[in-house]
Every structure is written in C-alpha cells, then in structure tokens.
Design a protein around this ligand. Structure first.
Ligand code: 13P
Length: 330
C-alpha cells in the first residue's frame, strides 16, 4: 500500500471521521460575529485552539481540515497547528480552493476557483505538515439549474485538483456539494446528485486519479430546505447510498459526508441509518457546522467557557463516532 492509500484509509476508518474547521476568513468572521465574538485574527485562532485541544478528540476524529490562516498559526504553547495535530495522532488537512465564484455565461451557477498556481501551493502545504487537502465544488438547484456547464466545470476542477494533490503527496478530499438550499423535492436532489457524481467519476477517470488514495465528500440526498418535504433517516440513507453505489467506483478509499446545514442531531441520525446498508466503502462524517455550531454557541469567546465549548464538540464527535462503531442508537 502506498503512503497516500494508507493516509486515505486512515481518514475514513476506525470508527472515526473528519472535523471540518476550514471556514475561510470571511465565513469564520461572520460566524464569530453572529456568536457575539469580535472577528479578529486572534479570535479565529483561539476558537480553533479551543476545538483542537478538546480532550480525547482523537477518539472520534481522524483528521482536521484547516484553512490557510490556521495552518500557519500556533497554539498558545507555541506549537504550530499541524504539529499539535501530529502530536495527537490526528492528520492535519488544508482547504486549497479559493471559493465558488459566478460562472460567466451560466447565470446563478458557480465554479470553484483556485487552480492557478495550485501545484506550488500544495507543495508548500506539504512542507507545513499537511497530509490531505479539500476542494469544494458548489452546485445550486432551482428550476433550470444546474447547467451542464456548471456540472462539467466543477467536476473538471475537482479532478485537476485531485491529480495535483497526488503529485504533491497529499490525499485529496473531493467535495461536490449539491446544496440543500431551495424548494426542490428530494427526488430532484437525487437526480441532480446523480448527474454531478457521474460527471465527477468521469473526470476522475480521465485524469487517471488513483481512487484508492482519494476520499469523496458528498452531500446527503435530502429534500430542499424550503420544500416543506420531510424525509426520515431511513429514506435519506437509502437514497444517498443508492445514488453513490450507482455512480461511484468501488475503488474509492471512502465516503465522508458534509452536513450541509442539517441540524447536528439530524445529520448524525442520517449517518446512523446508512451504516447497516451494504456499501463498498466506509461511510463516515466530515462535518463542519454539525460538529462545531454547538461548540461555538457554548464558548462565545469567553476564556472560562472553553471547557463548555469542548464538551459540546465532544458530545457531537462521540455521538457520530458511536454510530460508526455501532455502539449507540441515536
Ligand atoms: P458543513 O458540514 O457545515 O456542510 O461543512 C463541511 C465542509 O467542509 C464544507 O466545505
């Protein structure tokens, strides 16, 4: 097994998942402000320090994704974040795209940018200690969207990024996110997710990407958030695992879902319902909001609430890890 294959397997196995703490400076600043915390560089650092120093984090978390700013910051004890993760036996990762931008010629659609100069940036991230990377393509559903151009350009960028990661010595997390936002039905989400995954699989093949050293981070198949439709965890699990098996090669190292704006408990319940279904891959979590929202709300930027924030994170990581190992019913 190559080092990259081993790293990819380690990210998705052992009853563990990934903590996505890689919000861009802009997004993180808005979330801090919404929680009543001043959006400074130091507060973004302190927030990430609160998260990653949670006792026993490594019991449920295999890897943490950072953004460029955090990867270069240090904990209060002066260790760089990647070093501190390595000391805990947690793999440090880095978000390397530069965001979803309007796609000219396709009103309302976006394409994720960041390919220019990507390879030397990846090489630098390796020297800073990163072991894996993440790139998120964003697909919006409405009556006419996504366009063929949006699906193809995002899939193409994801494959170019994945191939560059392998060349640089990083495991790529390939994240094609079909947004939950909108009034579309669950059936429409399934149909669009199928189109997107099919395009991603095709581009990964064209670029000769080694799938055993690649982790897929897809959305779950859900009704649009303003559709008024409700789907039980069993229905979500069937549709989600079904579309993945239909479209994605069995060789992938694993599947680590994003939470996409679901409630923390809802995301865990849906992940739990997938576990008994037959699948060629481990099905785990790479949640952002569904892990960190309760922690941010409990911490509120107060030094004497660090423990409360960590307890809130710990509750979510243990709940998700427990459904993977079958040691808990949600
Ligand atoms: P959410 O789980 O909040 O969707 O975030 C995951 C992520 O990494 C988005 O890129």
């Amino acid at each position: 097994m190559s080092v990259l294959t081993e790293t990819a397997a380690a990210l998705v196995s052992g009853g563990k998942g990934i903590l996505a703490a890689d919000e861009s400076i802009g997004t993180m600043s808005s979330r801090l402000e919404a929680a009543g915390v001043a959006p400074t560089e130091e507060n973004r650092r302190a927030y990430r320090e609160m998260l990653v120093t949670t006792p026993d984090l490594a019991d449920g978390v295999s890897g943490v994704i950072f953004c460029d700013e955090t990867l270069r910051q240090r904990l209060s004890d002066d260790r760089p974040f990647p070093q501190a993760m390595q000391d805990l036996g947690i793999l440090p990762g880095i978000k390397v795209d530069t965001g979803a931008k309007p796609l000219p010629g396709s009103p309302g659609d976006t394409v994720t940018e960041g390919l220019d100069g990507l390879f030397p940036r990846l090489q630098e991230y390796v020297t800073l200690g990163a072991r894996f990377a993440k790139w998120r393509g964003v697909i919006t559903i409405d009556r006419t969207r996504p366009s063929v151009a949006a699906v193809r350009s995002n899939a193409h960028a994801l494959a170019r990024y994945a191939s560059a990661c392998h060349q640089a010595g990083l495991v790529p997390i390939v994240e094609p996110e079909v947004l939950m936002t909108g009034s579309h039905s669950m059936a429409r989400c399934r149909e669009v997710t199928a189109r997107v995954l099919q395009a991603v699989a095709q581009e990964l093949r064209s670029f000769g990407v080694d799938l055993a050293a690649t982790v897929l981070k897809p959305n779950m198949v859900l009704p649009g958030s303003s559709s008024g439709e409700h789907a039980s965890p069993d229905v979500v699990a069937q549709a989600t695992v079904g579309v993945l098996i239909e479209q994605m090669p069995a060789e992938l190292a694993g599947v680590a879902f994003l939470s996409g704006g679901q409630s923390p408990r809802g995301a865990t319940a849906n992940l739990a319902a997938m576990q008994p279904l037959p699948s060629p891959w481990p099905l785990t979590f790479s949640f952002g909001r569904a892990l960190v929202d309760p922690a941010l709300a409990a911490w509120r930027g107060e030094a004497d609430l660090i423990e409360a924030g960590q307890q809130a994170l710990s509750e979510r990581t243990s709940a998700n890890s427990a459904v993977l190992t079958g040691s808990a019913v949600v």
